[in-house]
Design a protein around this ligand. Sequence first.
Ligand code: SF4
Ligand code: SF4
Length: 355
Amino acid sequence: MHRVMIHPASYDNCRNAVDRAFELFPPDIAGKKVVIKPNVLRTSKADEHIVTHPSLLRAVVEKVETMSPAEIVVGDNPGLFNYGDNENSFEQTGLMAAAGGYYKNLGNTPQHVPFNPDFMSEVGVSKEILDADILISLPKFKTHGLTVMTGAIKNSYGILPGAQKARLHRIAGSPERFHDVIVAVFRLRVPDLFIVDAVVGMEGNGPASPDLRDIGLILASNNAVALDGVIARMMGLDPSRLRFLQKAKEMGLGEFDADKVDIEGEMRVLKDFKLPPLGGEFILNNPVIQEFMETKTKVRPQANPDLCTACGACIDQCPVSALTMKDDLPVVDADRCITCFCCQEICPEKAMTLK
Ligand code: SF4
Ligand code: SF4
């Protein structure tokens, strides 16, 4: 039997709910490396509620600090294309301050791992995520135009640095296949604990909709399928109709059926909750958006000969050895490149541009 916590909360007091989450799902933190991953979709203000609220991140960081971890890292890979705005996204949202000095740019360290060859034979995953002893995911309670809702499983899409996210969107080619992609990414490193910011949620055409909803709750679980099933029900959805949830269940990642989930707290369906207009087709079947994705995912790094000092740092950093030095200038193998853009992040001369 899985367990999901639903606890009243405000942004002035997230700590009671966080304490209860840690009591119900106690992670073994002492002496361990703990990575905390909020949902940082993009640069925005905290009160737009596009990202996990800084108050929840702060409460989780303070809680983990009391549990004698060896190391704490806070980070994410914002954006589908992530052209070097990682710090900026954390600063603007207030998540940098909330991270309390533990922030790290996860976009600099992709480690290449095998993936589902139906999509890409390998992807780069932030090394900090792969090295974490304990991974704590902090999703936001939101709708999503492509997957209908975003929650625990979808938050793991941000373990991919750079434009791989956009590239996988394009390769998926249909909403159904994109649901399979997000489960495949989630499985690369299943988090140990999920604490969801549902104090203010988002409805309508998320994940960056102006339609906000005061919910006044924090949810938590150590199982993403059970947790996302509860979020779906609160939104008025049947979890079995969400392909990514059904897929995750079939893969043995958890159960969402009501008789398999023990709820601590009161689950209520949010009245007249507004769902995205076309549940996915809007994005992936839209030719304008497809063309935009196509153009963006064709971008590759290119060294500027006027700035490049041929130091080789980008070549050492590339997780898939897509760069080689030719005539004192790094040159990219466009087919091999997984568009993580770590070469651009690492270049001390800012010589690596995107073409
Ligand atoms: S890291 Fe920058 S300066 Fe160094 S070789 Fe690469 S592009 Fe040139
Ligand atoms: S060439 Fe640059 S963008 Fe491409 S995979 Fe290597 S580090 Fe990533």
